[in-house]
Each structure stands twice: as structure tokens, then as C-alpha cells.
Design a protein around this ligand. Structure first.
Ligand SMILES: Cc1ncc(C[n+]2csc(CCOP(=O)(O)OP(=O)(O)O)c2C)c(N)n1
Ligand code: SF4
Ligand SMILES: [Mg+2]
Length: 313
């Protein structure tokens, strides 16, 4: 893994500027800042309707030093497909001018990815559209006042699930991995070096790459803004958020999650949930169900890793 000094040294430059209109402690800001450190300035970004869509260009607090295009809610992946194709056409017409060196990314929220944007994303993935698609997951529609999305976890209170959400979180990285694209990865803002490495790797690969980042939101989750990193860290330590990569179909657990294959090494789930007001209505039964779901996710990871081992022997 890249060393902190190296990561900071290789990119002292900030591409997503401070003084923007994100709330204090916003997870999306950390995610984009570190992603851009890895991708560099030769990057063009598409963002569908979301908090980022507002933050990125809100005059006079415009936060990006790179080109971006605001897009309709459902159309992030489709727009990035067109943008990436246009760069290729330019490269063909004007060879040697660097048009083929631009990285196209979509940076979308969980609503824009797991719900309204899923059809466009699935199409882009199936075509292996040459882009990095990023979902920053704050687990609700934050920009419009904390409505539930299909990425909201079971038991979480939102303005549309006032007693806590009944359904469980949709497993988007698994859905994207099932599209057989070259690269899928999960990240957390509590592990910026892991995130940096994964973006570096994604940049070096062609085709459709998908990165899903857990990006806590203080007002939406109900905790103090200075606790964002700690909350994201607890999501990883409890095994609630699993860090991994799927490269050309091969699953690999990332360092911080690999240790947690042993269930005894996982921090009790309640340590993560009790930090957040959104879980204040969680019953004992909900807690057991959530824990059961996490254990099932880990069982599935174990099965996948074992199958892989048998297959490659
Ligand atoms: C077709 C359409 N429906 C609804 C909206 C209103 N809208 C704008 S942002 C947003 C929430 C986006 O949620 P998410 O993608 O999770 O991003 P976040 O706000 O959490 O950053 C909604 C519902 C819209 N812009 N377009
Ligand atoms: S509402 Fe949440 S996601 Fe949106 S800017 Fe504020 S902290 Fe970030
Ligand atoms: Mg969201």
C-alpha cells in the first residue's frame, strides 16, 4: 500500500478545494478529495443530481479545479459514456494532443446509483463503457432532506422511514461485479490510502470500473461532524462495511477487512450503530437481524474465496 508521505507528496495539489458548501465533516468531500489526488488534473467528472451536484459548482464557492458536467439524476453513467466516446473521437481526429489520456469519471450518490441511475449504469457496465463510475454512499437522499434509498440500511430512520427502514441495503458492488466488468472495489473514507491505491489502479485499467465508497453524512446519520472518520472506521471494524476488490472476476479482501474473516476479531455492531441517531429506534430484534445479515455477507465472502481457491488450484 502507498505510504501517507508518498500519497501526500505525489499530490500536494488539491483538486477539490476547501471553503466549499459541503457541511462540516461531509464524507463525500473526503472521498472526492482523495480520489482526485489519485486521478490527477487530467480528469473530467460527471455528477448527477446529488449533494455533490450542488457543492461542485455553487458560485461563488466553486470547489473543483477540474472540468465537470452536472447531469440529470438518472443519466450519470450514460453522460459519462458519451463524454468518454467524444474524447476518443477527438483523439482519433487530433492524434498526439492528449485527448486519449483524459480519465472520465461519474461521481454519484447512492440514490443516483442504486435507484434512479441503475438502468443507465447497468447499460454502461454491460457495454464496458470506458469510465470510472463512483458511488459515494451516504445511505439516503441527503440533498433533498434525508429520504430513504435502496442503499439505506435496515432499521435506519429517515424522513420516509420514520420507524426505521424495513428492507435491507441493496448490495450494489455485487450487482456490478455480476456485470463481469474489469474492476470493482469498495472503499471507506476512514481508509484514504486504500482509497488512493484503488483509484490509482482503476485509472490504469481500461473499460468500466466501479468504486463504491462509504461516505458518512453528519446531519443525515445524526452524529457530531468531527466523528465522520471514526464512524466510517467503525463500519469497517464491525464488518458492516467490507473492503475488497474484484479484479477480472478475482475477489481480494483489502488489508483492514482481511483480518475480520475471523468473526471474533469484529468489533460488536452496537458500537457502530449507537454512535448514530438514525438507529435510535432500532429494536433488539432489528439488531439481531442486522448482525445476522452481516454474518451472512461474510459467509458469502468465505464461500467465494474458497470457490476461487479450488478453481485456481
Ligand atoms: C428526476 C429527478 N427526481 C428528483 C430529483 C430531486 N433530487 C435532487 S438530488 C436528490 C437526492 C440525491 O440522492 P443521492 O443520489 O443519494 O445523493 P445525495 O443527495 O445523498 O448526495 C433528489 C431526489 C431530481 N433532481 N431529478
Ligand atoms: S447533507 Fe451530508 S452528504 Fe450532503 S453535503 Fe451535507 S454532510 Fe455532505
Ligand atoms: Mg445519498
Amino acid at each position: 500500500m502507498v505510504k501517507l508521505k508518498e500519497a501526500l507528496g505525489s499530490c500536494k495539489e488539491e483538486y477539490f478545494l476547501p471553503g466549499n458548501s459541503c457541511c462540516a465533516g461531509c464524507g463525500l468531500e473526503v472521498a472526492l478529495r482523495w480520489a482526485m489526488k489519485a486521478l490527477g488534473s487530467n480528469t473530467a467528472l460527471v455528477t448527477p443530481a446529488s449533494c455533490l451536484n450542488v457543492v461542485v459548482g455553487l458560485w461563488p464557492k466553486t470547489a473543483s479545479t477540474f472540468p465537470f458536467m452536472n447531469m440529470a439524476f438518472a443519466a450519470g453513467a450514460a453522460a459519462a459514456t458519451g463524454m468518454s466516446a467524444a474524447f476518443k473521437a477527438k483523439a482519433y481526429r487530433f492524434p498526439g494532443k492528449g485527448w486519449d489520456e483524459i480519465t472520465t469519471i461519474t461521481f454519484a450518490g447512492d440514490g443516483g446509483t442504486a435507484d434512479i441511475g441503475l438502468q443507465g449504469l447497468s447499460g454502461a457496465a454491460e457495454r464496458n463503457s470506458d469510465q470510472i463510475y463512483v458511488c459515494y454512499d451516504n445511505e439516503a437522499y441527503m440533498n433533498t432532506g434525508i429520504q430513504r434509498s435502496s442503499s439505506t440500511p435496515h432499521g435506519a430512520v429517515t424522513t420516509t422511514t420514520t420507524l426505521g427502514k424495513e428492507r435491507f441495503k441493496k448490495n450494489l458492488p455485487a450487482i456490478l461485479a455480476a456485470h463481469d466488468i474489469p474492476y470493482v472495489a469498495t472503499c471507506s473514507i476512514s481508509e484514504p490510502l486504500d482509497l488512493y491505491d484503488k483509484f490509482k489502479k482503476a485509472k490504469s485499467i481500461k473499460g468500466c470500473r466501479y468504486i463504491h465508497i462509504l461516505a458518512p453524512c453528519p446531519p443525515g446519520w445524526g452524529y457530531q461532524s468531527e466523528d465522520s472518520i471514526e464512524v466510517a472506521r467503525l463500519a469497517v471494524k464491525t464488518g458492516s462495511w467490507i473492503l475488497y476488490e474484484v479484479e477480472n472476476g478475482i475477489l481480494k479482501l483489502s488489508k483492514k477487512s482481511k483480518l475480520l474473516l475471523d468473526a471474533k476479531k469484529r468489533t460488536p455492531l452496537v458500537d457502530y450503530l449507537s454512535k448514530q441517531k438514525r438507529f435510535s429506534k432500532l429494536s433488539e430484534k432489528d439488531l439481531i437481524e442486522l448482525q445476522k445479515r452481516i454474518d451472512q455477507n461474510w459467509d458469502q465472502i468465505n464461500i467465494d474465496l474458497n470457490c476461487q481457491d479450488n478453481y485456481t488450484k
